[in-house]
Design a protein around this ligand. Structure first.
Ligand code: ADP
Ligand code: ZN
Length: 438
């Protein structure tokens, strides 16, 4: 395969024509593998694709029907294997945020290619072999933990496979081993900070330089808050198990969107209703095809994640286009008395308030025929104990800002630090008592 002729550093900086040529070759190879799976052989033959030769240009990808999470469930457990099961060396599953998990299988070669991508992603954030890497994402079927582990080792970092939870132990290790880089959900980073003082630690006990944050939607305000609280750089990391896991897209040190590694993924953005492509630069649902995995090939996967492709080249020189921060999942969107709101829009408003704490929860219920939205948010310790008038003003400001920026009327309740529940994995930000609970 032509990609094997390039060193990974070259792949990151291939000119766009060479990148597209490589994408086409890899797409053909992926279609060839897909035709060997029970699921896709039927699906592709149904639209007249019987061999990789039916894909002549990259635009021909549009002949292929979309794949949804339900399709993957239908193919459960082995309907998407393109190789003999004896060639498979590992499986992962999605964390099941929205239902039954889906399973992905990897050959050794698939894992090697994925590791290349994670090495590249870590390097893009400035990580080197001098770094001590404390991986606070859950190890197991979920790809967050193991996903970056092997890349970090290959880069030569000292890897601490801490996994998630046990905040006391995380702090002890951060101090004892002088951890420079952590990988965690943004909500866990905020939680860590909120527990630091009470556990007898202060920033000067640590040697932290950067945090890689991902696995859940978060706003620019949350990133900045994490950076300010810990005095570090925080980089956004996007991935999903269907597309391997972490390292689909990663921020470089410019911090202006995430490079979606296009030699490994074909990216499209589509309108959620018409399912037609949106213009480059416009927000749409990300549709991804993985080009570096044959164990479980997945073509045109509808991620339900909303983002826009950033067409302008990045000043770092990497040639893969970037995507914006994920605005949310389509199924996270709340409809409040007819107004569409993403939790991330509410988060933006809350998190820029001075004196605000590190955790919040959005609750929705019916009051008569109307939807009633209540935002519960913690405030910083000083503000909570000091001054009732300041609290009152803060509450009023949040209500006003929400109404001005997203035209929704919400009740706001302020709580002391530590009041709201904290999850081990992905944060639960919304409790919708009108029917379903996310
Ligand atoms: P599940 O679909 O069960 O949550 P995964 O564990 O594979 O399965 O999670 C992938 C999803 O997590 C993505 O589709 C996306 O919605 C969310 N996600 C991952 N990284 C980010 C990120 N950096 N920003 C926003 N959302 C993210
Ligand atoms: Zn860049």
């Amino acid at each position: 395969m032509i990609g094997d002729l390039y060193a990974d550093e070259e792949l990151e900086r291939l000119d766009r024509d060479a990148l597209r040529a490589l994408q086409l070759l890899r797409l053909k190879k992926t279609v060839e593998a897909a035709l060997l799976t029970p699921f896709y052989s039927k699906r592709l033959k149904g639209v007249g694709i019987t061999s990789a030769e039916d894909i002549r240009t990259l635009d021909d990808v549009r002949k292929i029907p979309y794949t949804t999470k339900d399709d993957l469930r239908e193919a459960y457990p082995y309907g998407l294997l393109s190789v003999d099961r004896s060639e498979i060396v590992r499986m992962h599953a999605s964390s099941g945020t929205t239902g039954t998990p889906t399973v992905i299988y990897h050959t050794q070669k698939d894992l090697d290619q994925w590791t290349n991508m994670t090495v590249r992603s870590l390097r893009a954030t400035g990580c080197t072999k001098e770094d001590v890497f404390q991986n606070m994402m859950t190890y197991g079927l979920f790809t967050g933990g193991i996903g970056l582990h092997y890349g970090a080792e290959r880069l030569g970092m000292l890897v601490i496979p801490a996994s998630s939870g046990n905040t006391t132990r995380q702090f002890n290790m951060m101090k004892d081993f002088q951890t420079t880089t952590v990988h965690a959900t943004p909500s866990y980073m905020l939680h860590l900070y909120s527990r630091m003082e009470e556990m007898g630690y202060s920033l000067k006990d640590f040697n932290l330089k950067r945090a890689l944050i991902g696995a859940e939607p978060h706003s620019e305000e949350v990133r900045q808050k994490i950076e300010e609280l810990f005095d570090i750089d925080a980089y956004n990391s996007y991935g999903l198990s269907e597309m391997n896991g972490p390292s689909v897209a990663f921020e470089c040190t410019q911090k202006k969107g995430m490079h979606l590694w296009e030699d490994a993924y074909l990216v499209e953005t589509i309108d959620r209703s018409s399912l037609e492509p949106v213009e480059e630069g416009e927000m749409g649902e990300l549709v991804l095809t993985i080009l570096i995995r044959t164990g479980t090939p997945i073509l045109r996967y509808r991620t339900k994640d909303l983002a826009a492709i950033i067409p302008e080249p990045c000043s770092c020189g990497r040639t893969s286009r970037r995507i914006t921060r994920i605005k949310g999942r389509t199924d996270d969107m709340l409809i409040i008395n007819g107004v569409n709101v993403f939790p991330s829009q509410i988060e933006e408003v809350i998190m820029k308030m001075p004196g605000i704490g590190t955790n919040y929860l959005i609750k929705v219920r019916k009051e008569g025929t109307l939807d009633k939205l209540t935002i519960h948010t913690e405030v910083g310790a000083e503000l909570f104990t000091d001054n009732a008038q300041d609290l009152h003003n803060l509450r009023r400001r949040i209500v006003e800002e929400l109404s001005a920026s997203i035209t929704i009327k919400a009740a706001v309740e302020l709580h002391e630090p530590g009041f709201l529940p904290v999850q081990q994995g992905k944060a639960i930000r919304v409790v919708d008592e009108r029917g379903s609970v996310f």
